[in-house]
Ligand binder design. Structure first.
Ligand SMILES: [Zn+2]
Length: 455
């Protein structure tokens, strides 16, 4: 009797924590169900097989949006729609590089995204070697006139992908810097790891008012070869790169909701980007992010759970070419109360770490999420300063709380932006672990009422 009375009092006094315990128990059930199997692997198989590559602004990206509307609807999401936006479209042409004269041989090259073109017949010019971007920056003005600048650098394998961030400017800024010093074209060592002969594409940026010069990336093996050749004496290359800008194109963000019961106008946003580079089928970058986040929302729906806040799945368009989709989404939804945003855009391998950037009042909820993720082998970080990534970054700048479920990037840059970014590289158990993590995090954040927004 006393025990019963005590239990009743405890329930009365601790009504909120009992509800919280239910939420956490549901999170545990979602986690175990997704680990057993999830919808992500078949979704990714369908996308990469039926749509394939999805270059921003292309007809293929539009087919990707149609696929996404169908997939979100079939998963049981509501309010499924496309939010279109325009962009400058670009497409790849021919791409060859060959050493002429002594040591004549072909090198494997691919044009960087939004690169300019050589004449159709190509250019033949001497290679000017730069050990790193700083060496290129220090070259005197005009000193590259008529030459092909080659920028070397060494990206290292790292679980958190930090070496990509450190070397990214070689690709995004190097070609424009070389062109401003008179270079006829620019080649870089691919931003990647491993030793394959597949070159890694990726966007290069040209400041307003400057005409984009032709720029490409050599595979890592071919960059090594060029370094050996250059060490023996002057090297002349014939380079053909004929990509072209095709005018104003259409892209769009695809949105679908799991509506909240109590506060439907508060949003927990999860998603990945819909566009991909054109060389592979965009399996790890970023079909995986789409599949993981849609499968997580579907897992919550299939479990019969109704969140308090709306869980919104977003597939952003045109991330690769400049983050236009993330910017367009934030601009269109700047008055929406996005309480938390998390994007999956680092492959399909397991989540190993969580970081966040939320208001002080949201830290206990982040601690609760961390505890529910621990059985998945995911460790919390201590800081609260996560950036979130290209697509949710603009939402974070508007005050949204940010959660990063950080994936193991150890092998990501072997495949990233190459013809090898294909479905066969995806490990089902690891992608399901990602779904478990997103389902847990989205459910706990959307079934709660604690304040996560920074402003
Ligand atoms: Zn990506």
């Amino acid at each position: 009797m006393i025990r019963l009375l005590a239990a009743t009092c405890a329930v009365a006094l601790l009504a909120a924590p009992v509800v919280a315990a239910d939420r956490v128990a549901e999170a545990g059930r979602l986690r175990e169900a997704a680990l057993a199997t999830s919808a992500a692997y078949p979704l990714l198989e369908s996308l990469t097989t039926e749509v394939g590559p999805r270059l921003a602004g292309s007809a293929a990206e539009a087919r990707g949006r149609a696929w996404a509307v169908k997939a979100m609807t079939a998963a049981g999401l509501s309010n499924v729609h496309v939010e279109p936006f325009a962009l400058v479209a670009w497409e790849r042409g021919l791409e060859t590089a060959e050493v002429v004269g002594p040591g004549a041989q072909r090198l494997v090259v691919t044009a960087l995204g939004r690169s300019g073109a050589t004449p159709a017949a190509g250019i033949t010019a001497q290679v000017a070697y730069f050990a790193d971007l700083q060496a290129l920056k220090e070259a005197p003005a005009g000193s590259l006139k008529g030459k092909i600048a080659f920028i070397d650098h060494h990206m290292m394998r790292a679980q958190d992908g930090s070496s990509y961030g450190a070397n990214n400017a070689v690709r995004t800024q190097g070609p424009a810097i070389a062109a401003a010093k008179g270079a006829a074209a620019t080649l870089i060592r691919s931003l990647g790891t491993g030793n394959g002969r597949d070159p890694h594409t990726g966007v290069t940026q040209t400041p307003k008012g400057q005409v984009p010069g032709p720029s490409g990336a050599l595979s890592l093996a071919d960059a090594d070869q060029l370094v050996r050749l250059v060490s023996r004496g002057p090297v002349t290359l014939k380079l053909v790169l004929t990509p072209r800008f095709t005018g104003t194109g259409q892209s769009g963000n695809v949105v679908g909701d799991l509506p909240g019961s109590a506060v439907p106008n508060e949003y927990v946003v999860i998603g990945g980007h819909l566009d991909s580079w054109d060389l592979g089928t965009g399996a790890i970058d970023d079909g995986a992010g789409m599949a993981i986040t849609l499968a997580a929302a579907k897992a919550i729906k299939d479990a019969g759970l109704v969140p308090r806040r709306t869980i919104r799945v977003v597939f952003w368009g045109a991330e690769e070419v400049g983050g236009e989709g993330g910017e367009a989404f934030a601009a269109a939804h700047k008055t929406d109360a996005v309480v938390l945003a998390a994007e999956s855009d680092f492959g399909a391998d397991r989540v190993y770490r969580v970081s966040s950037r939320v208001a002080e009042t949201g830290l206990p909820l982040v601690a609760e999420i961390n505890r529910a993720l621990a059985p998945l082998g995911i460790a919390p970080t201590k800081d609260n300063s996560a950036g979130g990534g290209a697509d949710v970054g603009p939402l974070g700048a508007l005050g949204a709380g940010i959660l990063e479920l950080e994936q193991d990037g150890s092998r990501y840059f072997d495949l990233h932006h190459t013809p090898d970014d294909t479905f066969d590289k995806v490990d089902k158990a690891q992608i399901d672990q990602n779904v478990a993590a997103y389902a847990v995090a989205a459910w706990l954040a959307a079934s709660d009422e604690r304040v996560l927004r920074a402003k």
